[in-house]
Design a protein around this ligand. Structure first.
Ligand code: NI
Length: 139
């Protein structure tokens, strides 16, 4: 583990009160871990900016499987990108609706392209790409 550094931060009291309330609601037991998570989140987000950066993420899709050819289209797309899709989870939410979660890994630009292609497919009701980190470069 790398060396710990201690820093002092000057912050408006009202802002700090709001921050303490927020992190309390989220279950943090101390400010340090909340600050570290904020910093990590910014660093991970920064890493997506370069299309060449290696990232991992998930694509979440909700769609009606009765829409004509939609399941086939989504499956074809997934096969087109099979090298970047590590795993998929399919849940039948009700009689009509399906939820799919795909775990993706690759360069940021390629991962975005896959997500855009799937989410923009006609009939997909909602989709979201979440990019995270492999964790290797974060302490
Ligand atoms: Ni289903």
């Amino acid at each position: 583990m790398s060396e710990l550094s201690r820093i002092g931060v000057a912050i408006d009291s009202d802002l700090l009160d709001k921050f303490d309330q927020l992190i309390g609601e989220r279950g943090y037991t101390n400010r340090s871990e909340a600050f570290r998570d904020l910093i990590r989140d910014e660093l991970v987000e920064k890493s997506w900016e370069s299309p060449e950066s290696p990232v991992v993420g998930t694509v979440t899709l909700v769609y009606d499987h009765h829409v004509r050819m939609l399941s086939d289209k989504l499956m074809d797309l997934q096969h087109d990108f099979h090298r970047s899709i590590l795993s998929t989870l399919h849940v039948h939410l009700d009689h009509d609706n399906c939820l799919e979660v795909l775990v993706v890994r690759g360069k940021a630009g390629a991962v975005r392209k896959i997500a855009d292609a799937l989410i923009s497919t006609k009939g997909v009701k909602h989709g979201r790409l979440t990019i995270t980190t492999s964790g290797a470069e974060l302490k």
